[in-house]
Design a protein around this ligand. Structure first.
Ligand code: M6R
Length: 609
C-alpha cells in the first residue's frame, strides 16, 4: 500500500518524481525515497522517514542530478517506518534499485536462498529480495532478469526498476497492485495512479497483471510474461491536473464534500433521464438474466460496505431480490453459497482493495457473474468484472471517503431502478417519481453544504469528548454507521452506531450525563419510535443532536439541538443526511487540530490483505 513513480526523459527527474510522490501521498506517508541515475551513469539515492517534506528538505541540501529515476512513498507492512526500510531498495552491490507497492509472500524463502548464495540483507522488508533476485538473474539484460525474478515471486507487486548497467532505462511490471504508464514526448512515466503524472501528460496505458514495460527516452515497449511484444491502447484522461488539487479549500476532504452536488449529477448523467428508461453503459446483463437472479451479494470494505447496506434496502425494496451484504475480508473465507442465479456486486472506490478484488475472483472462479461499482476507470475490479458501473466522483484524495460514498449510493438507486424496470416490480410511474426526485438531489446537497455554522458550533462543543454514539433506525441506521466511521477515522474519537431499538439490549449502560448522541430520525414511518429511543438516552443525561427532515419541528422538544435536511423521497434521504455527518466529522477533527487528509495509521487504498 504505497505509491510509486518513475521517469525517463531529458528533464530533471528529481522534481518530476517529487511532484508525483506529492500526489501519491494519500497511498502512504510514513517514509519516502528516490533513486536517480546521473549523466555519468551513477545511481544516487535519497531516503527519509516521515512525510515527503522530510525528503524534500534533504534534497534541497543535496540535490540529485539526472533524468532517469524512480520514487516511492511508503505505508509500512514489513518493517517499521525507518530510513533503512524506506524504498528504493537496492541489491547488495548497489547497482539495481527497486520501488515496490504490494507484498511478497514468499520473501523469507527467497531471502534464505539468496543468503545461501552469498547475498546480504540490511532491511526488514520483503522488497529487498527483489533487487537481489534481479541481480542474481542478471546476464546483461535488465528486462529479462526482471522477468525471471518475478516468475519466482509470489504475492502482489507494482515495481519500478533501474540499473546502472543500463542507465537510460526504467523497467516496470505489475501483479495485483495498480500501475499506469504515462506517454509523453521524448519522455515516459510510471505511477500508481493518474494524478501523479497529470502535470506532464494525459495519455496513459493501463498495465494488466504480469505485463512488463521497458522505457528509455527514445522508445517504450510492452511485453507479456512470456516476453512477447504487446500493442497497448493509449487512453486519454479527461481529468485535468487542477481536479486533483485542493482548489482553495484547506483540506481535500472538505473540498471533496463540496464536490458532491457535481459528483451526484455526473453519476446520474445519461442514466437518469425523465421519460426515458434507465440505461447503463457497460452493463450487458439482459432482461432474461436479470429476471433469473434469485440472490445478490454486495461485497465491499469500509465506507463502500456502508453504501452496500443502503444498497440492500434499495434493491430489495425496488426489485424484490434478496440481498446479502458482506465485508469483503469475511466473505472471501466463508465459503458463500453460489448458484447460477447468484449475482455478485463488488463496490470499491479505488477498484484496487485487495479483499474486494479477492472476493470478485473467488466468485468468478465459481462461475458467478460480477458487477463492479468503482470510481477508477481501468482499475483492477473494472477490468476483471463482467459488468462495470462507474461512479463519476472524480479523483478522491482524502483518506476519508465522502463523494465516493454518495455516488455509490446513486449507483445503488440506479441499479435498483434498472432491475425493477426489467422485472416489472415497480410501475413506470413509480420509477419516474423516484427518478424525478433523484434529479433534485444535487440542489438539495447544495442546501446541506450551507449548514456549516450550526455544525461547527456543535463540533466546537463536542470535540473534546472521548466517545460519541450515532443512533438510527432502518436506512438511518446504515447512515449512522457511516457517520460514526467518519468521526472515528479523522478525529480519533471512539464513535459507534447503534440501531435505535437495540439500545436497551446493552448499549444503554454506556449512556451517562453528558454523553454525546447524534440521533437520525429522517424516516417518517419510524420517527415516533426513534424519538422514544432518544428519550431513553436524554433521560439518562445524554446531550443529543437530532437530525430530521424539514417540518418535523416537534423533535426540538426532545433533543438539545436540531438539524433539518430538505424533504426528498425518503429512500433517497441517505445521500443528503450523510453530508451533514461528513461536515460534522470534519469540523470535529478540525476543532481537535487533527491531520484530516492523512489520519494516523490509515491509507487511502488498501491493496494488501
Ligand atoms: O477503495 P475502496 O472503496 O475499496 O476502499 C474501501 C475502504 O478502505 C474505504 O472506504 C475506507 O473505509 C475509507 N477510509 C473510509 O473513509
Amino acid at each position: 500500500m504505497c505509491g510509486i513513480v518513475g521517469y525517463v526523459g531529458e528533464k530533471n527527474a528529481e522534481s518530476i518524481l517529487l511532484n508525483g510522490l506529492r500526489k501519491l501521498e494519500y497511498r502512504g506517508y510514513d517514509s519516502a525515497g528516490v533513486a536517480i541515475i546521473n549523466k555519468k551513469g551513477e545511481m544516487n539515492l535519497a531516503k527519509s522517514k516521515g512525510r515527503l517534506a522530510n525528503l524534500e528538505d534533504k534534497l534541497k541540501q543535496n540535490p540529485l542530478e539526472g533524468s532517469v529515476g524512480i520514487g516511492h512513498t511508503r505505508w509500512a507492512t514489513h518493517g517499521e517506518p525507518s530510513d533503512l526500510n524506506c524504498h528504493p531498495h537496492t541489491n547488495q552491490k548497489k547497482t539495481i534499485s527497486v520501488v515496490h507497492n504490494g507484498i511478497i509472500e514468499n520473501y523469507l524463502e527467497l531471502k534464505e536462498y539468496l543468503i545461501s548464495k552469498g547475498y546480504e540483507f540490511y532491511s526488514e522488508t520483503d522488497t529487498e529480495v527483489i533487487p537481489n533476485l534481479i541481480d542474481y538473474y542478471y546476464k546483461g539484460n535488465l528486462l529479462e532478469a526482471v522477468m525471471e525474478a518475478t516468475s519466482k515471486i509470489e504475492g502482489s507487486y507494482a515495481l519500478g526498476i533501474t540499473s546502472v548497467d543500463e542507465p537510460g532505462k526504467v523497467v516496470a511490471v505489475r501483479k495485483d497492485s495498480p500501475l499506469i504508464v504515462g506517454i509523453g514526448k521524448g519522455e515516459y512515466f510510471i505511477a500508481s495512479d493518474v494524478p501523479a503524472i497529470l502535470n506532464h501528460t494525459r495519455d496513459v496505458v493501463y498495465l494488466n497483471d504480469k505485463e512488463f514495460v521497458e522505457m528509455t527516452k527514445e522508445e517504450i515497449s510492452f511485453y507479456s510474461k512470456e516476453g512477447k511484444k504487446l500493442e497497448k491502447d493509449i487512453h486519454h484522461v479527461t481529468w485535468n491536473a487542477d481536479a486533483a488539487e485542493k482548489g482553495g479549500f484547506e483540506h481535500f476532504m472538505i473540498k471533496e464534500i463540496h464536490e458532491q452536488p457535481r459528483a451526484i449529477r455526473d453519476t446520474m448523467a445519461s442514466r437518469i433521464i425523465p421519460g426515458k428508461p434507465i440505461s447503463i453503459d457497460n452493463i450487458a446483463l439482459t432482461k432474461e438474466q436479470i429476471k433469473n437472479i434469485e440472490k445478490i451479494y454486495i461485497v465491499a470494505c469500509g465506507t463502500a460496505y456502508h453504501a452496500g447496506i443502503i444498497g440492500k434496502y434499495v434493491i430489495e425494496k425496488m426489485a424484490r431480490i434478496p440481498v446479502e451484504v458482506d465485508i469483503a475480508s469475511e466473505f472471501r473465507y466463508r465459503d458463500p453459497i453460489f448458484s447460477d442465479k447468484t449475482l455478485l456486486i463488488v463496490m470499491s472506490q479505488s477498484g484496487e482493495t485487495a479483499d474486494t478484488l479477492a472476493a470478485l475472483r473467488e466468485a468468478k472462479a465459481k462461475g458467478v457473474r460480477v458487477v463492479a461499482i468503482t470510481n477508477v476507470v481501468g482499475s483492477s475490479v473494472s477490468r476483471e468484472a463482467d459488468d462495470v458501473l462507474y461512479t463519476w466522483a472524480g479523483p478522491e484524495i482524502a483518506v476519508a471517503s465522502t463523494k465516493a460514498y454518495t455516488t455509490q449510493l446513486i449507483t445503488m438507486y440506479i441499479l435498483g431502478l434498472f432491475f425493477a424496470q426489467n422485472k416489472n416490480t415497480m410501475t413506470s410511474a413509480e420509477i419516474e417519481d423516484i427518478k424525478n426526485s433523484m434529479l433534485t438531489l444535487p440542489e438539495k446537497a447544495e442546501e446541506i453544504l450551507k449548514q456549516k455554522e450550526v455544525l461547527q458550533k456543535f463540533a466546537e462543543n463536542t470535540y473534546m469528548h472521548k466517545d460519541m454514539f450515532f443512533l438510527g433506525r432502518g436506512i438511518d441506521y446504515a447512515v449512522a454507521m457511516e457517520g460514526a466511521l467518519k468521526v472515528k477515522e479523522i478525529s480519533y474519537i471512539h464513535s459507534e452506531a447503534y440501531a435505535g431499538g437495540e439500545l436497551k439490549h446493552g448499549t444503554i449502560a454506556l449512556i451517562e450525563k453528558g454523553t454525546i448522541v447524534i440521533a437520525l430520525a429522517t424516516q417518517n414511518d419510524l420517527y415516533e419510535k426513534m424519538l422514544s429511543n432518544v428519550r431513553e438516552v436524554t433521560t439518562r443525561g445524554a446531550k443529543v443532536l437530532g437530525l430530521t427532515v424539514e417540518g418535523n419541528n416537534s423533535i426540538e422538544k426532545t433533543v438539545d439541538s436540531a438539524l433539518y435536511v430538505p424533504q426528498v423521497n425518503s429512500v433517497l434521504l441517505p445521500v443528503i443526511t450523510v453530508i451533514s455527518l461528513q461536515l460534522l466529522a470534519y469540523y470535529i477533527a478540525a476543532a481537535k487540530g487533527c491531520d484530516i487528509d492523512k489520519p494516523r495509521n490509515l491509507a487511502k487504498s488498501v491493496t494488501v490483505e
